[in-house]
Design a binder for this molecule. Structure first.
Ligand SMILES: NC(=O)c1ccc[n+]([C@@H]2O[C@H](COP(=O)([O-])OP(=O)(O)OC[C@H]3O[C@@H](n4cnc5c(N)ncnc54)[C@H](O)[C@@H]3O)[C@@H](O)[C@H]2O)c1
Length: 453
């Protein structure tokens, strides 16, 4: 107990944190400046906090310092505004983490080759922090992960420093809910769920996020971890369901997009999800399987999640079969020897992120069947090297022109980017297979050329 106030050391630590957060005295350390970390840093700068942005990737840090973006939907102007105000300090020097009061970890949580959780980034990051941990600091994991990660993995690493969680320093978990490219919701408008195992730690984490946005405290670390997985599993299951309905309705001559558009007019009890070429992205394609893995350790199964995964991972193959049928029926051609243009490499519209993109599966399968395949994506000029699809690495987006488009037998729309001129595409090519309903608003004159898949 403190002699003056009667508060325990943990309560005193929390009270000091709350006061310093309210006075904007806290220094916020953002660790990992990717799709999540960069907008989060921007959010805190916008609220008047000093932000220490740490990433071992020197190219990213140089870019931030130069006011240049490396994420398409975050403009150069936004990055220069962050740096120009003097509140953001970007560094590759891990020793400077001691300067920050709150350390927010925004590092990758992928799956390994066996589709099991790969926590190597989280572990490495926690070790980096542990080596420099000082009393009074708050460490928050924002990366998506299975319930138990903060308690079973992070806490022991941090306590390896000799300091005790909940007494000398604090641990919390606050899932990142950022939706890259979504202009309606961002770091300052999406409520933050915050979980910690003691009242003092929860108070400290709430104090950090409260100036940013609405805070939703939950009772412990693992509950907060479970909230994020629940949100993403909900999406996975519903995406799988609407893809299954697409297949069934198609066999009955019913258009799924028309069905969903009409169904969503119900003002309650229904939420629209849309079919596509498969499952992609760094979240929905991965996170649910973190729970599958952890459930096994508890002797439980996640049959719903696995079934949903099976349904959506079968979609790219189905798209390729539609392409084969369209080429054969409309052009009397085989996939073998055909020139095919995949439109959209990103896993979803208007972003430059091709992680886990179903387009990559479609490209690989078309090539396996003997097609010559190129892609066009206005947001991805060169395909990145991904562990799952090394064969696509270095592919270059074609330059858009009516002449270039006319060289293909068929286009397959895998991503419905707004920046693509679908009328010009349909005008230039003899055949378009549309997995996203991107051509819905086109003139009926193109109807003969367009196949939905
Ligand atoms: N991208 C999204 O839309 C999104 C949304 C919600 C949650 N998430 C989750 O947030 C986390 C981060 O995702 P992201 O998309 O920002 O990833 P990202 O790959 O874009 O960025 C991660 C950053 O972490 C850095 N990094 C790697 N190892 C590090 C280490 N040891 N120490 C410090 N920095 C390190 C990388 O250099 C990179 O800049 C993941 O768990 C993801 O599931 C992502």
């Amino acid at each position: 107990m403190s002699a003056d106030t009667g508060a325990s050391p943990a309560e005193a630590m929390a009270a000091a944190f709350e006061r310093r957060a309210a006075d904007r005295e806290l220094v916020i350390g953002v660790i990992g400046l990717g799709y999540v970390g960069l907008p989060l840093a921007e959010g805190f700068v916008g609220r008047g906090f000093r932000v220490l942005a740490y990433d071992p990737d020197a190219a990213k840090i140089d870019s931030i310092r130069a006011g240049r973006t490396y994420i398409r939907h975050i403009s150069d102007e936004r990055v220069s505004a962050m740096v120009g105000g003097g509140l953001l300090d970007a560094t590759t020097d891990a020793d400077r983490l001691a300067e920050a009061d709150a350390l927010l970890m925004c590092v990758p949580t992928p799956l390994n080759v066996h589709r099991e959780p790969d926590l190597s980034y989280v572990e490495a990051c926690a070790r980096t922090i542990a080596e420099r941990l000082r009393p009074g600091q708050l460490v928050v994991l924002e990366s998506t992960t299975y319930p138990g990660t903060s308690e079973e993995l992070i806490r022991p690493i941090l306590e390896g420093s000799g300091l005790k969680a909940g007494i000398d320093f604090a641990i919390a978990y606050s899932p990142e809910r950022e939706d890259p490219g979504n202009i309606q919701f961002g770091a300052t408008s999406i409520p933050k769920v915050v979980g910690a195992d003691t009242e003092a730690e929860r108070r400290m984490a709430c104090a950090v996020y409260a100036p940013l946005t609405t805070v939703v405290p939950v009772s412990d670390l693992k509950t907060a971890e479970a909230v994020k997985l629940t949100e993403n599993i909900f999406r996975l299951v519903n995406i799988a369901l609407v893809n299954e309905l697409k297949v069934v309705f198609e066999s009955m001559g019913i258009d799924i997009w028309e069905v969903v558009d009409a169904a969503k007019t119900k003002p309650f009890g229904y939420m629209p999800f849309y079919p596509g070429p498969g499952l992609g992205g760094h979240c929905i394609a991965i996170d649910p399987f973190y729970l599958t893995w952890k459930a096994r350790a508890h002797g439980e199964q996640t049959r719903f999640i696995e079934l949903a995964g099976d349904v959506v991972t079968a979609m790219p193959k189905r798209v390729v079969e539609h392409v084969a049928e369209a080429l054969s029926t409309a052009r009397a051609k085989a996939v073998n020897g055909a020139r095919i243009l995949v439109v959209g490499l990103a896993y979803k519209k208007n972003v430059d992120d091709m992680r886990e993109s179903p387009s990559l599966h479609v490209i690989r399968m078309l090539r396996e069947r003997g097609a010559s395949v190129d892609y066009y994506d206005p947001h991805i000029p060169v395909a990145a090297d991904t562990p799952e699809h090394p064969e696509a690495a270095g592919m270059v987006s074609i330059a858009w022109s009516p002449e270039a488009l006319a060289a293909y037998d068929c286009a397959v729309i895998c991503t419905d980017h707004d920046a693509v001129d679908y009328a010009a595409l349909a005008a230039a090519l003899p055949l378009v297979v549309d997995t996203r309903n991107a051509t819905a608003r086109l003139d009926g004159a193109f109807a003969e050329k367009i196949w939905k898949a």
